[in-house]
Design a protein around this ligand. Sequence first.
Ligand code: 0A1
Ligand code: ZN
Length: 849
Amino acid sequence: MKDASPQTIYLSDYTPPAFLVEEVHLTFRLNPKKTRVISKIRFKPNPASKSRDFFLHGEGLRLVSARVDGQAVEPELTDEGLTCAVPDAPFVWEAEVEIDPQGNTALEGLYMSNGMYCTQCEAEGFRKITYYPDRPDVMGVFTVRIEGDEKVLLSNGNLVAKGDGFAEWHDPWPKPAYLFALVAGDLVNHPDRFTTRSGREVELNIWVRPGDEGKCAFGMEALKKSMAWDEKTYGREYDLDVFNVVAVDDFNMGAMENKGLNIFNSSCVLASQETSTDANFERIEAIIAHEYFHNWTGNRITCRDWFQLCLKEGLTVFRDSEFTADMRSAPVKRISDVIALRARQFREDNGPLAHPVRPESFVEINNFYTATVYEKGAEVIGMLKRLVGDAAYAKAVDLYFERHDGQACTIEDWLKVFEDATGRDLSQFKRWYSQAGTPRLRVTDDFKDGTYTLHFEQETPPTPGQDEKAPQVIPIAVGLLGPNGDEVVETRFLEMTEAKQSFTFEGLGARPVPSILRDFSAPVILERETDNAERAFLLAHDTDPFNKWEAGRDLARDGLIEMIVNGAAPDDAYLDAALTMARDDTLDPAFRALALGLPSQDELAQTLHERGHTPDPQAIWDALETLRHARAEHFQDLAPRLYAQYQVAKPYAPDAEQSGARALANAALGMITRLDGGAQAGRQYDSADNMTQQLAAFSNLLQAGQGQDAVTRFYDQWKEDRLVIDKWFMLQIVHAAPEDAAKTTEALTQHPDFTIRNPNRFRSVLGALAMNPAGFHHAGGEGYRVLADWLIALDPLNPQTAARMCSAFETWKRYDRERQAMIADQLDRILATKDLSPDTTEMVSRIRN
Ligand code: 0A1
Ligand code: ZN
């Protein structure tokens, strides 16, 4: 049971732990309803703390017995843990508790998924396993004995003993409890090996349910590539004899970096040509890398407290994006990351859930695994690298590993290594960690006597709890193009530190066209008065792939805004520029596919809101439909040509080259379908030998209203494959017409394969509704009601996932009064639910205020 009135925790209240852990011995006697956990822990007083109060976290545990130095004790129990009198000297704590893994639907602590035992301890799940100082600055060396009949018994570290019905694991690296893991089940493995550069032989395993062994090869290759990359790029080697990865179906998040025993949501590791799309493969490669990279950035060096979450997450996301950029196309990766950043993080930063990269208070830390902490956290590191340069970045990071290995650190520690390695003062830069909100960067320019001047003004709007913002350090990458399209000034970094600042470029023969914020050098919103001619010029000539893409995107977006606000016709400037770009065979097909993507409904709603209009979701949807149709007509000749030209003849491979070709061909298919009513999509559906092609065809058929037959065929073909059936659920809702989306969602919740207990399935239905904005926000308010109904139903079972999904409502203040009132009613209804979890209470209250 959680405390009825959950408390707000503040960064400023941090105090060091009273006791430190030296060694932990755990024995698990596995039983679905009554698992015994026996702990023996050596504590010692912490010289850095004045307190000698002994407190152990514990939730939902049945304490059977406790001893201090062998003497039975009777600790005082509360909802949150226990206190006990202990010596002011090293001592041994022993406890035996009983827990109920099968009854654990929250998927936090030790739980069961398809008959297998698994754990999720980040952030505060270990306290549901046994009494322990469950905070990341308490690090101990764990030895774990598992007793059970399951064929496979796994924990962290190296296997030290194994026999009939038991296994013992020892992890020599001190770690916080959130990195503890245990898995037990009748699993099968996909084994491999890796030799580190210093010659350590590492056994690698991917453990899955029987039947899934054919879907492990890609993940394994990704793991080996990640290991080699981290050695080469960051000089980081793996440090145990074995690295285990386990796939579980019931998991709240993507994956977890437990030391030596990563646990993955099966959707983030299992892959095959038939069942996974190119995008799935790329994501799996990135997540495998992400979890692996945590071994150094997160595990060897961890966080002092949960306010420092970005210390490990921002850095690890940054590292995994560098990895993907190296494995695939760097520009395509950058553009995709920025699309995702704007869709998720800018949205968060502009609404009631805005918070700094390093938050200063929380009620439930699970609510802070956000796009801001992860993705903006990574952007901040990217800026730091840009500001100091590649060589200094490498030097600083080396110093970080050298100085802090084995420690639980803070953002101050991280910035200090950069200050020490470079001699720079980073106190102003640190505002990126403490100020929430997306800075607006306004630009004007002038040209006189060969001197070109850029004038910048920065302003960050107020966010909850932060009315005033100080200027931030903004690295602005700029290049200049001459009138004939040649680059007259190559990329140069301007370092903006003031609220207003100007930069000059001398000796120019003519007024240049500026290419500003190249490679999206800072996570800001750039505002500049410009015209279609200049955008078309940049789309044609910019040497910076990101800004080339951005120019096309701006053209499309502003044309759409004109259509929505003023009823304008589709913009010819955009249509012509898109055609010219798409036809240019010197451009990477993957880039062209991205450049043919239109701004999302949500991005348009946000832009309208920023420009002082109230977004009408139906009008946004209509404008996008009209533009798509007009574009299909404009591409009448080119689309079939592109479609034919980019069919992949070679055997399927999910590599960058083939994925890019398929992406472009499928963009063309989208246009073809608008004119042929789905005939070509039907042929592609019938002949597809991989999920990318099959799903693209399926989506097009649904989009064209020709999906009925495919819905049945797809289900019959894939009904045994839970991950593919997730896609089946999702696409029907995402492609439902706005007026049908809520109905379709409700109907699918009645399907026998729908279950509230599996987060992937729940998200593929209720999460999909929120991914259909015109449907979710449809005028009658049915979408709001359906989502609220299901969040209320989910909350008592799985508060973490229910709370996260509340963010579907975070943009409500953008909309008209009627919609706001309907959403407010639903938020109030959720808040009024009896025994609502602290997780959901915190989220809904923040959104509602
Ligand atoms: N640290 C993991 C993400 C993660 C966070 C919380 C979880 O449960 C509440 C599970 C996973 C990562 O960054 O991959
Ligand atoms: Zn992570």
